[in-house]
Design a protein. Structure first.
Length: 262
């Protein structure tokens, strides 16, 4: 396993459960929030298993809140993962700030701590200039699009898609040109059982132009709930040590932004 495990596992974020009554959060400057199936306070927790090795770690994804990034109201998204198998370990935290109105990323932060690899970097995206700039050092590069998405925000944005069985979707929204296009093949409907319960799902095969869990050889499958929430309840992919699975264990629903941000 390599650093790609932290990036690739990110086609996961969401699930079902009893809806909690929460006040709708507000923020000055939110003109019209784009319709999305998630909101501040949403959190999903997963167990990580590796074939016959059983449970080998935990992961969680969360909408921390709505924050201002250079005058832009943005969902603060967080993804954490900790675990390992056969001498490999990781303790990773990745974050993204997704524009509330237009659903593109303003900032992407990675704090990756793995057996053979470490990375700490924060990238600020400037779509009008088509450039990203690193916060920790003097470093910059070209954005592939004026509506960039990173590893975390792409997964949340994918939950807004129709996902019709039999169709293939192709996108060039990844912030780095080398990651495009991202392809989603919608394979079938299937009822599955995970620790959090039994769900009707739509099964999607993601293919990304990088090595790792979502490369074509891994034949990864992501199971979205077959409803308006598009919660990811299961991810499976083949690896040299067996089949890797992320199974939803617990879900906390988020609050919907008040209309017009008020």
């Amino acid at each position: 396993m390599t650093k790609s495990i932290a990036t690739a596992i990110l086609l996961l974020t969401t699930m079902s459960g009893a809806e909690a009554q929460q006040p709708a959060p507000t923020m000055a400057g939110v003109a019209v929030a784009a319709p999305v199936p998630f909101g501040p306070g949403e959190k999903l927790s997963y167990r990580i298993t590796f074939g016959w090795l059983g449970k080998r770690g935990n992961a969680s994804t969360e909408v921390v809140g709505v924050e201002d990034v250079r005058g832009n109201p943005s969902y603060h998204l967080s993804f954490r993962m900790k675990g390992g198998a056969l001498g490999f370990g990781l303790d990773d935290h990745q974050e993204s700030w997704l524009d509330v109105n237009e659903l593109y990323s303003h900032r992407f932060k990675q704090d990756l701590n793995q057996t053979t690899y470490e990375r700490l970097r924060t990238l600020d995206f400037y779509p009008a200039e088509r450039v990203w700039r690193r916060v920790e050092s003097i470093d910059s590069g070209a954005l592939a699009t004026d509506k960039p998405l990173d590893d975390v925000s792409f997964l949340y944005w994918a939950r807004t898609l129709p996902l019709e069985v039999g169709k293939t979707y192709e996108f060039t929204r990844y912030y780095k040109e080398t990651g495009n296009p991202v392809i989603l093949k919608v394979l079938r409907r299937q009822t599955i059982e995970v620790p959090a319960g039994t769900f009707n799902t739509i099964v999607v095969q993601p293919v990304i132009r990088t090595s790792g869990l979502f490369s074509d050889g891994g034949r990864a499958e992501v199971y979205f709930t077959d409803d308006d929430r598009r919660l990811i309840v299961l991810l499976k992919t083949k690896m040299s040590i067996g089949t890797l699975q992320l199974q939803l264990e617990q879900y906390t629903p988020g609050a919907e932004l008040a209309e017009g941000g008020r």
